[in-house]
Design a protein around this ligand. Structure first.
Ligand code: 13P
Ligand code: ZN
Length: 275
């Protein structure tokens, strides 16, 4: 099991997250919907654990397996002790409960953000026709700092980030969903995050951190890396005396279209109304 491709990939991503400064202490969590055919032959799975009930039934995740970082575990330790810091869970035949099949060696549980991750997976599996398999949550300092210093809506946060690096309208044309502060780990924030994932593949929690989704860990990591870099550029430009030049909304739309993308119509409409 420890040689599986998905374990190697999560080791790389979690180490990168630590090295980027996004994952202090136990900050952040990662989930990957894995193809059970890849591991079904192993004798390492334990099917004797009790089921844990979810508040929301997620029928389209029935029978799915997920690789899930453990609650309270440090992402920086995954590379050294994968089986202690990670687990594999199985959803039951109704998508109502999950049980641990592997990992959390020495005691542990899936991340406290499991409801938000699983509901996000449910939405993304539905709207991507099964392509999206990854959800990453992490504490990106520059993006978090913006949510202390400025007032945002989804449209205004997205505009700021699109403006701060001309790659942004290409990398995240659907924008960044912005959620006001809610209690982490709550059902309320899980519901709001899942809702936002219908429209965006990035979701920012005010004062806390970011969620990203995608087909694989590189895709989700790359989204976060790009918004965090745009936030860093904004803070640097402001500290140099303020923004003097930036691409117009029309230029942002043109950049996105030049690479075959269409920026979110809802966001563009709202920004046009505002200007
Ligand atoms: P966990 O240790 O439960 O994964 O929580 C970390 C975190 O970032 C909570 O939002
Ligand atoms: Zn967090």
């Amino acid at each position: 099991m420890l040689n599986e491709k998905f374990i190697k990939e999560i080791i790389k991503t979690s180490a990168d997250m630590w090295n980027k400064g996004w994952a202090e202490r136990n900050a952040g969590n990662i989930t990957v919907r894995i193809d059970k055919n890849e591991i079904i032959a192993t004798d390492e799975l334990d099917f004797s654990n009790d089921w844990t009930k979810l508040e929301k039934i997620l029928p389209n995740l029935a029978g799915e397996y997920f690789l899930v970082s453990g609650t309270g575990k440090f992402l920086r330790n995954i590379s050294v002790f994968p089986k202690r810091n990670l687990g594999i869970i199985e959803m039951d035949e109704n998508g109502a409960c999950y049980r641990i099949l592997w990992g959390y060696e020495g005691g542990g549980e899936p991340t406290s953000e499991t409801p938000a991750h699983l509901q996000a997976h449910s939405v993304r599996k539905e709207i991507s026709n099964g392509v999206d398999r990854v959800v990453i949550h992490t504490h990106t300092p520059n993006l978090i700092a913006l949510t202390y210093a400025r007032d945002f809506t989804t449209a205004t946060l997205t505009q700021l980030l699109w403006e701060m690096h001309v790659e942004c309208p290409v990398v995240f044309p659907k924008g960044v969903g912005y959620l006001p502060w809610m209690m982490a780990g709550s059902q309320e924030i899980a519901d709001a995050t899942a809702d936002a994932f219908y429209k965006h593949d990035l979701v920012m929690w005010q004062h806390h951190g970011v969620f990203a989704t995608g087909r694989n860990l590189d895709t989700a990591f790359g989204l976060i890396d790009t918004v965090e870099k745009a936030s860093d550029i904004y803070i640097k430009a402001e500290s140099l005396g303020g923004i003097k030049h930036k691409p117009s909304l029309d230029t942002i739309i043109a950049i996105s279209r030049n690479f075959g993308f269409e920026p979110s119509k809802d966001i563009i409409d709202e920004l046009r109304k505002k200007s």
